[in-house]
Design a protein around this ligand. Structure first.
Ligand SMILES: [Zn+2]
Length: 219
């Protein structure tokens, strides 16, 4: 992007006022170019967004997404072939179907922090997929299932509302100690209890499976 000398000088002045440091010509050009590029991108996104909103007024049921994007719920790659945009944003057709049939509540499409995906359980709590499925079968965890067109499992959505143990686990993060210090002690004890229960359950699961596998091996 070409910037006028006037704009670069203006940038230099603002920079000096804000940071008390004079920028050299080359440095000022480079920084101003980067900043302008960033704003151009923001502007383009805002423009796209408002064009889509205008189109929604004419087509309230939505329309196929454009270009390569990601589903806002399951994060799958979507194109105009398998993506749909409506007032709840862009999604893959599986998540769209789950929205239409009510398999998942609509707030999932608005508040992306209202649920866990299986990979998040793995990365946040070191909970393997197989263990998660086992806990689901035992009713210790609850999931809404987003299905594929053929009725297979596309993705599990573990609503925070339906899985208080996971919420407790998430809150019980040593990094948040200073924050937790301000919360009442009873609540903290409850969280610790939840964590203990869940962990004990998980360890017991692991131990059981380990035994089973060893038995198979020694057969
Ligand atoms: Zn999806």
């Amino acid at each position: 992007m070409q910037l006028s000398e006037e704009s670069v000088d203006e940038f230099k002045e603002i920079y000096k006022k804000k940071y008390g440091k004079e920028l050299g010509d080359a440095e000022a050009h480079e920084s101003a170019r980067k900043l302008a590029g960033f704003f151009e991108l923001l502007y383009k996104c805002a423009q796209e967004d408002s064009a889509k909103k205008r189109r929604l007024k004419k087509e309230p049921g939505g329309f196929p997404t454009d270009g390569n994007r990601n589903c806002l719920v399951c994060h799958a790659m979507i194109t105009s072939e398998n993506g749909w945009y409506d007032k709840y944003g862009q999604k893959c057709l599986n998540c769209q179907r789950a929205l239409n049939t009510g398999a998942v509540p609509t707030y999932v499409f608005i508040n992306h922090d209202s649920f866990f995906l299986p990979w998040q359980l793995k990365s946040k709590f070191d909970l393997p997929h197989a263990t998660m499925r086992k806990l689901l079968r035992q009713g210790k965890l609850t999931a809404r299932v987003i299905t594929t067109e053929n009725g297979g499992v596309h993705e599990y959505i573990l609503l925070k509302k339906e899985n208080p143990a996971l919420v407790a686990l998430e809150k019980w993060n040593p990094m948040r100690k200073s924050y937790d210090r301000h919360r009442d002690k009873v609540h903290r004890r409850e969280m610790r209890e939840e964590l203990k229960k869940l962990k004990a359950g998980l360890y017991a699961e692991h131990a059981k499976w380990k035994k089973k596998i060893e038995k198979l091996r020694t057969r």
